[in-house]
Design a protein around this ligand. Structure first.
Ligand code: SF4
Length: 301
């Protein structure tokens, strides 16, 4: 089976996103590479660069490739027929398990509350990509959903184009929601037991029948490392017994799942995280022209 057959058989579609226009040649190269590996009818491209340079791109790629522009607010655009607003879905944090380095901002909730901007600066792509300023995402729902699926994160990184486009009243409500979510000055963040994070990921991968080699080997290293913790005699004997079972097993994942309650009980007993302050980062633009004393006070208090 050559690589074309492999892709044709393994994947229904290939989606390629794009970012900055200065990555034009790399993006075209990627698209053309996939044109060789799978029927172009099954390739979908979109994202910022593609939305801005649609006409130019058309001349450089196979005309059977589907070009999507703007926001993916309805999965019907992809002919999926389930009417999901893809644009407001949480990011898939599991991709961070596939990279070989530690993503520095990995312990953040990435979220946004609005699309668009009330300004129309000539040099900016936002008015073209997101022409209408509107509140799109409920921050409380977003954080709760991310926590449930991927575990609690320490900090909050907001990616709104211009959070100050909100009125004082709206901004007050947003900040109050953020505080209620545990991002106030008093509430401390306590890191959960890493084993719980590993198990959450392993269960998710098992449900989705996705290979989890990286996470499994990280879990095994972690469990081995925790062998060194000074434990009570009963806990140490139990812990070593489980580790031996895992060592001997062909299906190590299964043995971990079978013993997860005991493992959590033992390691939780010795897990004493120190509380740390959380940060809220209004990461994108903040338009100084729309800043008022009241807005400043809302954000800083
Ligand atoms: S204020 Fe910022 S986001 Fe809004 S249009 Fe101008 S540059 Fe773009």
């Amino acid at each position: 089976m050559d690589s074309k057959d492999f892709l044709e058989n393994q994947y229904d579609r290939v989606y390629i996103t794009s970012l900055f226009t200065f990555y034009y040649s790399q993006t075209i190269k990627t698209i053309k590479n996939y044109e060789k590996l799978i029927s172009p009818e099954r390739i979908f491209i979109g994202g910022i660069m593609v939305s801005l340079l649609k006409e130019k791109i058309k001349g450089d790629i196979d005309d059977r490739v589907t070009i999507l522009t703007g926001l993916l607010t309805d999965s019907c655009i992809l002919k999926l027929g389930d009417s999901v607003n893809i644009d407001i879905l949480p990011l898939d944090y599991s991709i961070l398990d596939d990279i070989v380095y530690k993503y520095p901002a990995g312990d953040n909730y990435f979220a946004y509350i609005s699309r668009g901007c009330t300004n129309k600066c000539k040099f900016c792509a936002v008015p073209i990509l997101e022409p209408k300023f509107c509140m799109t995402n409920n921050i409380v729902n977003q954080i709760k959903r991310i926590s449930k699926e991927f575990g609690e994160k320490k900090n909050l990184l907001l990616l709104d184009n211009n959070i100050l486009s909100f009125s004082e009243r709206e901004l007050e409500e947003i900040v109050s929601d953020i505080e209620r979510l545990g991002f106030d000055k008093e509430t401390k963040f306590y890191k959960e037991l890493p084993l719980k994070q590993f198990l959450r990921k392993l269960h998710k991968y098992k449900r989705e029948t996705v290979a989890s080699i990286n996470v499994l080997s990280e879990t095994l290293c972690y469990l081995k490392e925790k062998e060194k913790i000074k434990k009570t005699k009963i806990y140490q004997e139990k812990y070593l017994e489980i580790l031996e079972k895992i060592d001997r097993a062909d299906d190590k994942l299964q043995i971990i799942f079978e013993n997860e309650k005991e493992l959590i009980e033992i390691l939780d007993y010795y897990h004493h995280p120190v509380g740390s302050r959380r940060a809220v980062d209004f990461n994108q633009g903040m338009d100084a022209r729309q800043l008022t004393d009241k807005k400043m006070k809302i954000i800083m208090d």
